[in-house]
Design a protein around this ligand. Structure first.
Ligand code: 2P0
Length: 387
């Protein structure tokens, strides 16, 4: 076998996700253990996804151990990516690959020691324009970690282990492993329990899982919930309200916001997760919208309560929020919900039967205040290997 034949390759795709109950703040920066559990919707990866190809090739002594090409450009291999790589390498026990040669199947086995000496070449791209301003860390790191685990032949030793690899790359990435509605469990249920667990123990418990509702209810949402992503135009003075990266923003909030302390002390994220899960089971869009809207407002409230204060939304974002609230008020019930992350773009949720009416009510804003509107839906699938 020459080097070419002995190369190992995996290609994976991963969806993005949007949190309805927000993750904001870490107990541990290296293990990325969150202060609270969160709940997300996976977006259909036919519309938005990351695609990652990873190869293991024989390395020269002088070669870099890992090479990363992101959207066609060479990029820095961060400490977090190294944490993912190391966690997966530690777990490998060698790999056997099957190839067809002259009509015969041949098997080649790679011992652990041999794998660890090989160079890792990662190429990752998004099928959505980076210029759209939509975050790609959730899909990118989910894709990278899952592809790596497959490449190194790592099977889960406990349920959710793959999500712990993704989590080491970026918190929100662990939720992109699954389709539908996903809960990222923080890993502890009280401060006492948190204090009694080591970081390694916490890391094994801080996993993502698809949330448990009956399949009829799940199908109802999968079939009916429509998602419109409003890519809001930046403002002229956006430089003044320069976006603070999530990682930094959440640290400032945890260190300085009293409102955030109240949110955690009162266990509000957990309450919202339980309430939302109930609205999903009951197919109750009205309450689903109320909790989703309140959660987003609470995220932006704790950001504003941080010191120095953090603003993510802009005036155009506010116009979209106001329009959604006006539509709901005039209807006498909620027919549209919004969710906004650490940025100024808006995710709208609408049931199928109301979509035409609602989007028509947003016509002026779509024309004047958005760069584009991406119409999509819930994704049934999470991350997957395509080769
Ligand atoms: C979320 N966000 O739950 C929240 C809501 C933004 C607002 O997760 O530091 O990129 O890599 O763990 O996952 C964005 O933060 O942060 C995020 P790190 P991440 O989706």
């Amino acid at each position: 076998l020459n080097n070419q034949d002995r190369s190992l390759e995996v290609i994976a795709t991963s969806p993005i996700n949007i949190a309805l109950v927000k993750y904001w703040g870490k107990v541990d920066e290296d293990y990325i253990i969150p202060w609270n559990s969160s709940l997300s919707i996976t977006i259909d990866q036919n519309d938005l996804c990351s695609k990652t190809r990873i190869r293991l090739v024989q390395a020269d002594e002088s070669d870099e151990q890992i090479e990363l090409i992101l959207n066609g450009k060479k990029d820095k291999v961060t400490k977090r990516i190294m944490n993912v790589v190391n966690a997966i390498r530690e777990r490998t026990e060698g790999v056997t690959i099957k190839q067809i040669r002259d009509g015969n199947q041949i098997e080649t086995h790679f011992e652990k020691e041999e794998l660890l000496k090989m160079k890792i070449m990662i190429e990752s791209e998004n099928n959505f324009a980076t210029a759209s301003g939509l975050a790609s860390s959730s899909s990118g790191l989910s894709c990278l970690s899952f592809a790596l685990a497959e490449l190194f032949g790592v099977k889960e030793s406990f349920e959710g282990e793959y999500s712990t690899f993704a989590r080491l790359g970026s918190g929100s990435a662990c939720r992109s492993l699954y389709g539908g509605f996903v809960q990222w469990h923080c890993g502890f249920s009280s401060r006492d329990q948190l204090d009694s667990l080591s970081k390694e123990e916490l890391s094994r418990k801080s996993i993502a899982k698809q949330i448990d509702i009956s399949s009829e209810s799940m199908n109802y949402w999968l079939d009916n919930l429509q998602i419109a992503i409003c890519c809001v135009k930046p403002e002229k003075d956006q430089g003044l309200t320069k976006e603070i990266p999530s990682t930094d923003g959440m640290k400032i909030t945890i260190d300085t916001s009293e409102l955030m302390r109240a949110r955690l002390d009162c266990n509000l994220p957990q309450k919202h997760i339980e309430q939302l899960t109930m609205t999903l089971e009951n197919r109750d869009f009205n309450s689903f919208a109320e909790i989703t809207i309140k959660e987003t407002n609470q995220l932006h409230a704790v950001c504003l309560d941080s010191y120095p204060p953090i603003f993510y939304i802009n005036e155009r974002t506010k116009k979209i929020i106001k329009q959604a609230l006006k539509i709901n008020k005039e209807k006498g019930k909620n027919i549209v919900a919004y969710s906004i992350d650490a940025g100024f773009h808006v995710f709208l949720f609408i049931m199928k039967e109301d979509k035409e009416f609602v989007l028509n009510e947003f016509k002026d804003l779509i024309e004047n205040d958005m760069d584009r509107l991406i119409q999509t839906r819930i994704g049934r699938e999470g991350v997957k290997i395509i080769k």
